[in-house]
Design a protein around this ligand. Structure first.
Ligand SMILES: Nc1ncnc2c1ncn2[C@@H]1O[C@H](COP(=O)(O)OP(=O)(O)OP(=O)(O)O)[C@@H](O)[C@H]1O
Ligand SMILES: [Mg+2]
Length: 223
């Protein structure tokens, strides 16, 4: 599938998972471990990663934004991604760097297609339309290796609460929504086992980091 094919000299790795599953923690850990082994790393996150994309992020995650059409939400995520790919990710991959991104297309599919039931109950059609529109944002650029940090969403929310963070607009959707998101991520992983590695996100961060680093080094050696 085009989203997982990257013809550029760099390596594109993503972390996915529900809120609080440890994506930011593991992005930093992997970047640190690879940097100390001499690799050139670029880390980023979605939505966001550029000044324009961060402004779109502010709209998307603002708990004060009470309602938004399903297609508006999808297109804002994809607009943010278009900017991010064009001005940050593609240039880094052209320079041959390892790009580690906290969320990408799989999150759009898991939250907007599975979590929101496609906006009108037709998840299959939503998956198709998001993938098609995503091509416009990315020109087919996508990760070759994805770590899905699988975690009970209740545990994820408890972690972010413990860290003192105020829930953003999507976190405020509640547990049933996040359960659909989690199941969606797992279905995506089943469909693309060659790209998406499911990692048990409930283990200690250092255990997860060791597994992720091993798998990434193996992937880099095979390239
Ligand atoms: N494996 C782990 N076990 C226990 N706590 C963890 C683990 N990984 C991360 N945490 C803690 O849980 C909280 C959420 O982690 P982190 O911010 O990395 O998650 P995230 O997936 O990036 O969340 P978000 O989607 O909200 O950005 C942080 O306080 C972090 O220190
Ligand atoms: Mg994070």
């Amino acid at each position: 599938m085009t989203e997982s094919t990257n013809q550029l000299p760099g390596t594109f790795v993503t972390f996915e998972g529900v809120d609080g599953s440890g994506k930011s923690t593991q992005t930093e850990a992997l970047a640190g471990a690879l940097t100390s082994r001499g690799y050139s790393i670029l880390t980023s996150r979605e939505p966001g990663g550029t000044p324009v994309a961060e402004r779109i992020r502010d709209i998307l995650l603002d708990p004060g934004v009470k309602s938004m059409a399903w297609s508006t939400e999808v297109l804002l995520y994809l607009a943010s991604r278009a900017e991010h790919v064009a001005s940050v990710l593609r240039p880094a991959l052209e320079r041959g760097e390892i790009v580690i991104c906290d969320r990408f297309l799989d999150s759009t599919l898991a939250y907007q297609a599975f979590g929101r039931d496609g906006g009108n109950g037709d998840t299959a059609s939503a998956l198709r339309s998001i993938r098609k529109a995503n091509e416009l944002s990315t020109g087919g650029l996508g990760p070759e290796l994805t770590f899905l940090l699988d975690l009970d969403p209740g545990e994820g929310l408890a972690r972010t609460r413990d860290a003192g963070r105020v829930p953003d607009r999507l976190e405020g959707e509640g547990l049933a929504f996040l359960e659909r998101v989690r199941a969606g991520f797992l279905q995506l992983a089943e469909e693309e086992p060659g790209r998406i590695v499911v990692v048990d996100g409930s283990r200690p961060p250092s255990d997860i980091a060791a597994e992720v680093l091993n798998l990434t080094l193996t992937h880099l050696r095979r390239k």
